[in-house]
Design a protein around this ligand. Structure first.
Ligand SMILES: [Zn+2]
Length: 328
């Protein structure tokens, strides 16, 4: 990742980071050496992840994820992400974790979760950064596996698990088909978020808000296509987890000039700035805030306001929020 200018000197917080996609190239190389896996085709000459389209992105993602195999590997992943984020001035990260991925990795969800939690606790002890977890449904596996993911989440509630959500292929299945899964999580008291309005139009955001009792939307930026929907989101205080670099890198928007961040802000929509799948999109929490300042023209005071909104709408408990506000 090129870092031409320093990140804005404001405390930062993120609500939308996929843990498995947060593995820095150096960490992947270290694990790959240990397991004897050839990952040379993963990286370009500068050591950055190399992919050109969604298919090669998924291949790269799977290969990188394949070198995380033990609870300690996942502890190292969570710890290293948090230490890098803390060095960039971040005080808080909510990670998406996947019960289905935990099972696919061969470890089982609980051992995977326990490893991640250990890494978060080590990072907090070392650098003060707080990490919390949002287990999620991988939408493309369908509503039945969604219910299984929700049951896994509520049967393995550790203090770090603070919410529940859904990511994955937005163009498959309608939101209401996942209502049984979200009800399992809601009944256990977990606040909810769901990816929408990234690959599908504003209608996907509206359908999600109609069908599921979510407080936040992952991305949600394409709500901008319908003024009534934007007014509804602002009025209901729905928080959009906005990921500008991800949106432009994946071509949801052709350029930052086309990205609706400033219009959504002007409409009074609550939001945060997030790195999504950071090293794969050649970004980081520091870089998102840098883009906020250098490309969108936000002042340090405005960026500090974004961090405040993120903590206000975080899914952690009030005592944790009070600790975080004290650091702003
Ligand atoms: Zn995402």
């Amino acid at each position: 990742m090129t870092e031409p200018t320093a990140a804005p000197p404001v405390p930062k917080a993120e609500l939308h980071v996929h843990l498995e996609a947060g593995a820095a190239p150096a960490l992947v190389r270290r694990n790959a050496d240990r397991y004897g896996v050839d990952v040379s085709r993963l990286f370009d000459d500068e050591g950055r992840y190399l992919w050109t389209d969604f298919t090669t992105f998924l291949t790269a993602y799977d290969l990188a994820a394949s070198v995380f195999r033990t609870p300690e590997d996942f502890a190292g992943l969570a710890e290293s992400y948090q230490l890098d984020a803390a060095a960039a001035g971040s005080v808080y990260t909510e990670f998406f974790v996947s019960p289905d991925f935990g099972n696919r990795s061969g470890l089982g969800y609980r051992a995977y979760l326990d490893g991640i939690v250990e890494g978060l606790r080590r990072a907090e002890a070392a650098a003060g950064i707080v990490g919390r977890l949002i287990p999620l449904i991988e939408r493309h596996y369908g509503p039945e596996r969604g219910v299984e993911a929700a049951r896994a989440a509520v049967n393995n509630l550790v203090p770090e698990v603070v919410g529940f959500g859904m990511a994955g292929e937005e163009r498959l299945y309608a939101p209401h088909e996942f209502r049984p899964a979200f009800e399992v999580a809601a009944e256990a008291g977990l606040p909810l978020t769901c990816h929408a309005g990234e690959w599908c139009s504003w209608e996907g955001v509206a359908a999600t808000l109609d069908a599921l009792p979510v407080r936040r939307i992952g991305h949600g930026v394409r709500a901008i296509e319908n003024a009534d929907l934007v007014r509804r989101i602002a009025a209901e205080g729905i928080h959009l987890e906005i990921c500008p670099v991800s949106n432009v890198t994946l071509g949801v928007y052709g350029s930052y000039a086309d990205h609706p961040l400033l219009k959504l802000r002007a409409a009074g929509v609550r939001h945060s700035l997030n790195s999504d799948d950071p090293p794969f999109f050649w970004t980081s929490v520091g870089h998102e805030y840098r883009v906020g300042r250098d490309t969108f023209g936000l002042s340090d005071a405005e960026l500090a306001g974004v961090t405040r909104m993120a903590i206000e709408d975080a899914f952690c408990d009030e005592a944790t929020k009070a600790r975080l506000f004290a650091r702003l």
